[in-house]
Design a protein around this ligand. Structure first.
Ligand SMILES: NC(=O)c1ccc[n+]([C@@H]2O[C@H](COP(=O)([O-])OP(=O)(O)OC[C@H]3O[C@@H](n4cnc5c(N)ncnc54)[C@H](OP(=O)(O)O)[C@@H]3O)[C@@H](O)[C@H]2O)c1
Length: 219
């Protein structure tokens, strides 16, 4: 049984991750801004009122978790704001950077003492952040925030490897959640793949950028 922390636990991919991890007997600490009564009923411990883009809020997450050891930290919370050249909203771009790039870094840094040899950190990024894979443009803010979090994850790989902690950058696929307006594969299927990738993560493959289906994505 592993202790797993999941941000953005109340809906979408994060909710499914928590549900499946609980079903296999893991101890789940779900982190969200609002509440997650469903998950609580299923046995998760919920830390609510946590905005991953806010330093004081993330500090209270650390306070709530205290010195409890964490086996797996899944940085899943994220936002997408549509945009197009000529009508870019720079506040939206900063907001996406705050949540998608700095959020995973803030949370990971604040919980560093809870991670130890054998722990794993997963960041739910997106292939949309891949420069090589960008064949269509658009989504300036979202793409850039995910490209930047890939760099953050690569830095974490270097800094955490000596401590015995492995890091994964994971693309969930195109998933039918609020973010995509219900387009894509089911969150259940995506979460299954993501959990498999995290199970397969170790120090010999740390720092990889994988599709939930298991293949490596280009940077
Ligand atoms: N769906 C896809 O096709 C797809 C593809 C590639 C990557 N992704 C990535 O997968 C992750 C999960 O996305 P999803 O599809 O499950 O989206 P979703 O259904 O919109 O859920 C997003 C989750 O993130 C939380 N969140 C947003 N801003 C937050 C903040 N500032 N602080 C704390 N929590 C916050 C939301 O909480 P609230 O309910 O409080 O807003 C919600 O729990 C994201 O990182 C996304 O970029 C998704």
């Amino acid at each position: 049984m592993a202790t797993v922390v999941v941000t953005g636990c109340n809906r979408g991919i994060g909710y499914q991750l928590c549900k499946q991890l609980l079903a296999r007997g893991d101890e789940v600490i779900g982190v969200c801004r609002g509440d997650a009564e469903d998950l609580q009923k299923l046995g998760a411990r919920i830390v609510s009122g946590i905005d991953v883009s806010d330093g004081a809020s993330v500090a209270s997450l650390k306070e709530a978790i205290s010195d409890q050891p964490i086996d797996v930290l899944i940085n899943n919370a994220g936002i997408l704001r549509s945009d197009s050249l000529g009508e870019l909203n720079y506040d939206d771009m900063v907001e996406q950077f705050q949540v998608n790039t700095l959020g995973p870094l803030r949370v990971t840094e604040s919980l560093l003492e809870n991670l130890s040899k054998g722990s794993k950190v997963a960041i739910v990024t997106s292939r949309v952040g891949s420069i090589e894979d960008n064949s269509s443009g658009g989504y300036y803010g979202y793409r850039a925030s995910k490209t930047a979090v890939n760099q953050v994850g690569t830095n974490l790989k270097h800094d955490l490897r000596p401590k015995g902690i492995a890091v994964a950058l994971l693309h969930p696929g195109l998933v039918a959640t609020e973010m995509t307006g219900g387009q894509g594969i089911s969150p259940e299927k995506s979460a299954q793949g993501l959990i498999q990738r995290i199970d397969d993560l170790n120090l010999s493959n740390t720092g990889g950028f994988w599709h939930a289906e298991g293949y490596v994505l280009p940077w």
